[in-house]
Design a protein around this ligand. Sequence first.
Ligand SMILES: C[S@@+](CC[C@H](N)C(=O)[O-])C[C@H]1O[C@@H](n2cnc3c(N)ncnc32)[C@H](O)[C@@H]1O
Length: 248
Amino acid sequence: MSKRWYSEHRRDPWRRKAKSSGYRSRSAYKLLQCQEKFNLIREGDTVLDVGCHPGGWSQVSTELTGETGRVLGIDLRPCEPIQGVELVVGDITEPGTQKQIFEMLEGKPIHSIVSDISPRLTGQYEMDQAISVDLVCMVMDFAIPLLNNGGSFVTKVFQGRGIEAIVKAAKIRFSKVQRFSPVASRNSSSEVYLVCKNKLPPNKIDSNETTIRESVEKDLADQGFITSSADEEVEVSGPIGFSVHRAK
Ligand SMILES: C[S@@+](CC[C@H](N)C(=O)[O-])C[C@H]1O[C@@H](n2cnc3c(N)ncnc32)[C@H](O)[C@@H]1O
């Protein structure tokens, strides 16, 4: 690591605060700041924390839901146990992991989905951003149907192409959709949080609507940002990611 990284790391007040408060990540403050502004999680709620490692958001969620609530955390990487949190190791985009979560819920709805999901970075922003958008779409397509009417959803997404289409798709499903940058997101940060409140009942949602992933993909294709033609695709390592049509 560079000297600059070490000095920024040492100076970061949120990291210091997290350490002294016992939170496993500085990200815990991002969820606390979303909660302060939007009141997403209530006592007694069932919360699904997507991309939970090392566990900061799950710690905050279990504090907020209290003893009567339930928190399920899912990540590719195993977390150290967190009291009051049921942890699943797996890929949220995989049907096997989705089935496991579905079965754990035993038909009961989720009240709040919190997702700080972030792809493994390639270092090429255009690519990382496309993968982030794709991941978020897949999380939404899987998890929103498990959310009760009136429930809330918050997710991190990297700023850039595709966000408008995600917001549009979210507005079909929630009565309030807003972008939010918590103070704990560093100034230089490329991330933004999409906060969706009050999931609409099925009869208020346009049933002709395709999946969120399909509608975002269509929107990007209509704008010429992605292509299905193999010779114009950029290779993406790993199983996912919209095919990026590089801006010339
Ligand atoms: C920024 S970290 C989350 C930090 C966490 N909110 C906290 O406060 O401790 C993002 C996480 O997303 C996870 N992730 C990325 N892709 C995933 C996938 N397909 N399924 C499950 N987790 C995933 C990564 O493993 C990583 O741990």
